[in-house]
Write a protein that binds this ligand. Sequence first.
Ligand code: F6R
Length: 239
Amino acid sequence: MDIKVFPEYQQMSEAIANVIADTVRKKPDAILCSAAGHTPVGTFRHMINMSQRGEVSFERCTFVSLDEWGGITKGVEGSCKDFMYKYLFDPLKIKEENCIFFNGCGILEKECKMMNTYLEQNGPIDFMLLGIGMNGHLGFNEPGTSFDTYAHVAPLDKITIKVGKKYFLEEMQFSVGITLGMKHMKQANKLVLAANGTKKADIIKKLVESEPNDMLPATLAKTRENSFLYLDKEAASKI
Ligand code: F6R
């Protein structure tokens, strides 16, 4: 896992967007996957700017869903799908058929099966951008999730439920999520984990100092090649 530290969030975001653009220039029909959440918003902004300047086209890319809260979907502000449309797909004018998404209101096991089958037939993902949860989760792969899992219904950790409130306007009750599995993250052609802000400094220190273990899912990034940790200086302040 290569670590790259940037003075500011904007520079970190721009650097990640440049790597995504390079991937897409080399493979215009690349399969891309990104976390929703606050970490990648700056990257999305740069992707949109690059696309508007004609520097890269995401028209032929397929975007695969990383995760979703159980029981909600697009139309509820704070759902992962809603977030991705608002901050990336609508501004990029991505066609509906190029977004392969979990439906959090569907039968969750069926949704996982659909995603596993899709990636078995079309994968691996070319580029994956993941945020790191305050408990070290990746997607909704919570501490204790085996590195051998594919998409699955995930009981949510107490910390995820507490921190997740920041995405919603109203009080929501969640106990499960659906998520791509650790195996999808292991198999992606390129994996980027990103974190910014002092609130992430402790978990980043733990990640950097730990051997790979399933109690700290982000350590999966240490078990594979072509795997990167992008940080701003605040997230990197304890390493
Ligand atoms: C969201 C997701 C989560 C977040 C993580 C960090 O789709 O997969 O794993 O990436 O919780 O969230 P932020 O970026 O809001 O700090």
